[in-house]
Design a protein around this ligand. Structure first.
Ligand code: 13P
Ligand code: ZN
Ligand code: NA
Length: 283
């Protein structure tokens, strides 16, 4: 069933596991995400970035996710990832998204608070929970790029103020995590996460999880992380599945065949991540 992300994440927080938030780019990825969740009886969040929404809009993704969620036994949420304007947040809500993120992390603290608070006011009036971000996630996603020189860790005291002043439901943090694959092994600042967790009561979100070793993802879920975002590894798995199929079967021109191979690879990857997050049998 299609449900609110808040319902999914409050249960995860209470029971001490994390839920994967998987970025979908097309129908096959939506199907793969829901099929993995159904097979493992895991709650799941599907999300789309502004870049993906330029390729296919919020109504299209809502339609695909709703079609799969309706027949699923497990809870499925649809989330706007890295919302870059109040307008896009409103559009997603009107299409039926069950949570949104407003990403003001590149703004000064007071401007981030003002923008996030404004979005929280109308989203909550519509019954939709909001994710905010304080501190920056490195790397590049869509056109949103954070250079190493601009990278900043979340300040735990500021995180407390940010949560109180904005009324956000979930908080994304910057603890050395970055979008895309990492150069070398990422060094996450678990000390910052622990301090933040001790000051902030809402579920905390880890972005940039592609490339973070399983043990570190696991460790972070024990320290207050309830939502873990995966995008790059899914795109990589899908593309590898398609390429392998076409290389082996160069005569095939039926998209169902090669896209189906991509879909299978994504499903296997997601099942592995659900075990790492300990969300299996939690639906
Ligand atoms: P990765 O692409 O590193 O998995 O990051 C995903 C993400 O944070 C989506 O918001
Ligand atoms: Zn992200
Ligand atoms: Na990453």
């Amino acid at each position: 069933a299609l449900v609110s992300s808040k319902e999914i994440l409050m249960k995860a927080q209470q029971e001490g596991y994390a839920v994967g938030a998987f970025n979908a780019e097309n129908m096959e990825m939506v199907q793969a995400i829901v099929a993995a969740a159904e097979e493992l009886s895991s709650p799941v969040i599907i999300q789309t970035t502004p870049g993906s929404l330029q390729y296919a809009d919020t109504d299209m993704f809502f339609g695909m996710v709703n079609a799969e969620a309706k027949k699923a036994k497990v809870p499925v949420a649809l989330h706007l990832d890295h919302g870059n304007s109040a307008e896009l947040c409103a559009k997603a809500i009107l299409s039926g998204y069950t949570s949104i993120m407003i990403d003001g992390s590149k703004l000064a603290f007071s401007e981030n608070v003002a923008l996030t608070k404004k979005v929280v006011e109308f989203a909550h009036a519509m019954g939709v929970p909001v994710e905010g971000e304080l501190g920056t996630v490195g790397g590049k996603e869509d056109t949103h790029e954070v250079k190493d020189s601009e990278k900043s860790y979340t300040d735990p005291e500021e995180a407390k103020e940010f949560a109180e002043q904005t009324g956000v439901d979930f908080l994304a943090v910057g603890i050395g995590n970055a979008h895309g694959f990492y150069k070398g092994v990422p060094k996450l600042r678990f000390d910052i996460l622990e301090k933040t967790k001790s000051l902030v009561s809402i579920p905390i979100v880890l972005h940039g999880a592609s490339g973070i070793p399983d043990e570190d993802v696991k460790k972070s879920t024990g320290l207050g992380i309830c939502k873990v975002n995966f995008a790059t590894e899914l795109r990589d798995a899908f593309t590898k599945g398609v390429k392998e199929y076409i290389e082996k079967n160069p005569e095939v021109f039926d998209p169902k065949k090669y896209n189906g191979a991509g879909r299978e690879k994504v499903k296997e990857l997601i099942k592995h991540k659900m075990h790492v997050l300990n969300s299996v049998h939690k639906a």
